[in-house]
Design a protein around this ligand. Structure first.
Ligand code: PEP
Length: 249
């Protein structure tokens, strides 16, 4: 059985006091689903968040990292630095990183390798822009993002890979992919994985959906057979909404 996961990406929101306040709120809510819960505060608040949440069912994860171990990369954070503050999972390839920081598939392949070498788990994001969807190229685009960044991996590496399909046109826009569009893409991605690594691996990898998931649409999206959870942006900044989504399974 695949892991069900709901991960909140807090992006560049919340200073230390706001992070503590949100964590206090999160701790008041009870999980009634089997889903694993993760939250990704900004780098400066990871240690504090880890200390506050380490004895709970909420894992603290990072939003990004550099591929190098250390060195002259001003402003960057390495896998070992993340691990030193209790972080074992990192989001890589978010569309905002691709768009605003020019992260390419080739760069992401190096980041994935660095995370895996450090025995971290990766939430690998991919997804098409609106023009790709309109021109019916969405599957081709997604296929190449996955192949370029992940298909040099060995089958066993996929134990530490979580996929997140995030159509760029649905992120922060209030527009959601329909449950059918999400299911179609997730099934396509699973088939793409199966063609390369076989169905046993493909069926073991959790594929999350991200893009304006809210309490009022989570249940329908999560009910699709190839949707194993969500990567949540805006709604993750409110504890009640976030837990409504966690409990939507
Ligand atoms: C995201 O940024 O990963 C995301 C899914 O954002 P939102 O839920 O706000 O669309």
């Amino acid at each position: 059985m695949r892991k069900q996961i709901v991960a909140g990406n807090w992006k560049m929101n919340n200073d230390l006091a706001q992070t503590e306040a949100l964590i206090t709120e999160l701790k008041k809510w009870t999980k009634t689903s089997d889903a694993s819960i993760m939250v990704a505060p900004t780098f400066t608040n990871l240690w504090q968040a880890y200390q506050s949440l380490k004895d709970t069912h909420i894992e603290v994860i990072a939003q990004n990292m550099h591929f190098a171990k250390n060195g002259a990369y001003t402003g960057e954070i390495s896998a070992t630095m993340l691990k030193s503050v209790g972080v074992e999972t990192v989001i890589l390839g978010h569309s905002e990183r691709r768009e605003y920081f020019n992260e390419t598939d080739e760069l992401l392949a190096k980041k994935v390798d660095a995370a895996l070498e450090n025995e971290m788990t990766v939430i690998f994001c991919f997804g098409e822009v609106l023009a790709d969807r309109k021109s019916n190229n969405h599957e081709k685009v997604v296929e190449s993002q996955i192949k370029n960044a992940l298909f040099h991996l060995k089958a066993w590496d996929f134990k530490r890979i979580i996929l997140a399909y995030e159509p760029v046109w649905a992120i922060g826009t209030g527009e959601t992919a329909s449950p059918e569009q999400a299911q179609d893409m997730h099934a396509f991605v699973r088939k793409t994985l199966a063609d390369k690594y076989g169905y046993e691996i493909a069926n073991s990898v959790s594929i999350l959906y991200g893009g304006s998931v809210k309490p009022n649409n989570a249940q329908e999206i999560f009910s699709k057979p190839d949707v194993d959870g969500g990567l949540i942006g805006g709604a993750a900044l409110n504890a009640e909404d976030f837990f409504a989504i966690v409990n939507a399974f």
